[in-house]
Design a protein around this ligand. Structure first.
Ligand SMILES: NC(=O)c1ccc[n+]([C@@H]2O[C@H](COP(=O)([O-])OP(=O)(O)OC[C@H]3O[C@@H](n4cnc5c(N)ncnc54)[C@H](OP(=O)(O)O)[C@@H]3O)[C@@H](O)[C@H]2O)c1
Length: 289
């Protein structure tokens, strides 16, 4: 079994995690709605992730809804002492699987309690407030009211740390005036590099940057350069995409999502994949092109 600690670790807030983690969104049914096709397989992926050394799992109670958190609880509770579960709030699901902004004090408070109940926890390690000002990418707009509610839930002892998701640099700076922001979760990968400058700023501040869609999400990355370079190294394109993120900045934590044991093993094996400067330059051409 690969030693995933070779990919390094990072400390944010009081949480210290290995940089290779796991994103649980893919475990719910199609469209992140309803139960998985194969519940046993979903449980097996979660158990193998943790058995392989993963100590950082990203989730939300709006995956399913409730389904993903209930799977995590069934597979892993009582949780290993070092496991950090990071969840997010700010949306709810319609009966038609739609994603509906849920930013009132009542909805945010309910979301925290839903996460606590479905994960079987008394306190949530990290809660990301997911901005819905832009559904498909960050857009300016005040997060003061919802962040104040979340900071209040933190003061009540229900939340250890707070992060932000789908946000701009300005929203992060404004957020820091309300509470400590330990991590930021935005869309980023080797083909989608809007946050290049933000990543450097967050690294300097000791804030974790956790890219969602590290493999391209619902449209997995496809690039001739990526495939050619991967073939030359005897790696897969997805492994190369993850290895590129690991070398990109020390505060980047990976949460690739998969419902497949084979893909999980492939993704964790990147701990053994070091990239040369020439390989990185070749991959940097993907975004440039
Ligand atoms: N904050 C937010 O707004 C937000 C938004 C989206 C996601 N997230 C979080 O970020 C995590 C990662 O994002 P994501 O899961 O959407 O996207 P992703 O990790 O970029 O890609 C997942 C997709 O890639 C496939 N895949 C995974 N490993 C593979 C491999 N080795 N080879 C080929 N295909 C592979 C998966 O299919 P298989 O299941 O078949 O492997 C799935 O279709 C999520 O799990 C979630 O926790 C957060």
């Amino acid at each position: 079994m690969v030693d995933i600690s070779k990919a390094g670790s990072f400390t944010f807030g009081v949480c210290s995690v290995k940089r290779l983690g796991y994103g649980a969104m893919q475990l719910a049914g199609p469209g992140v709605f309803g139960p998985p096709k194969d519940r046993g397989a979903a449980i097996a992926v979660l158990r193998e992730a943790v058995a392989s050394g993963v100590d950082h799992i990203d989730t939300s109670d709006f995956y399913g809804p409730h389904v993903t958190n209930q799977l995590i609880r069934e597979a892993l509770h009582p949780y290993p002492a070092d496991l950090v579960l990071v969840t997010k709030i700010g949306a709810r699901r319609g009966h038609d699987a739609s994603w509906i902004p849920a930013f009132s004090a009542e909805e945010l408070t309910r979301a925290v309690h839903d996460n606590l109940r479905n994960l079987g926890l008394d306190v949530l390690d990290v809660v990301n407030l997911r901005s819905m000002h832009g559904i498909h990418g960050p857009a300016e707009g005040s997060l003061e009211a919802p962040l104040t509610v979340l900071a209040d839930l933190q003061r009540q002892g229900l939340v250890r740390h707070i992060g932000l998701s789908n946000v701009t640099a300005r929203q992060i700076a404004d957020g820091r005036r309300i509470c400590e922001i330990v991590c930021v979760q935005n869309h980023y990968n080797l083909a989608h590099r809007d946050d290049d400058a933000l990543i450097e700023e967050l690294a300097a501040a000791g804030t974790a940057y956790v890219p969602f869609f590290p493999l391209g999400g619902f449209t997995p990355l496809q690039s001739t350069i990526l495939s050619d370079v991967a073939a030359g190294l005897g790696a897969t394109p997805m492994q190369l995409a993850l290895a590129w993120l690991l070398q990109r900045a020390p505060n980047i934590l990976l949460i690739p999502g998969t419902s497949s044991l084979g893909h999980l093993r492939e993704n964790l094996a990147v701990a053994d994949l070091a990239l040369t400067a020439d390989t990185v330059s070749a991959l940097d051409r993907i975004a440039a092109g």
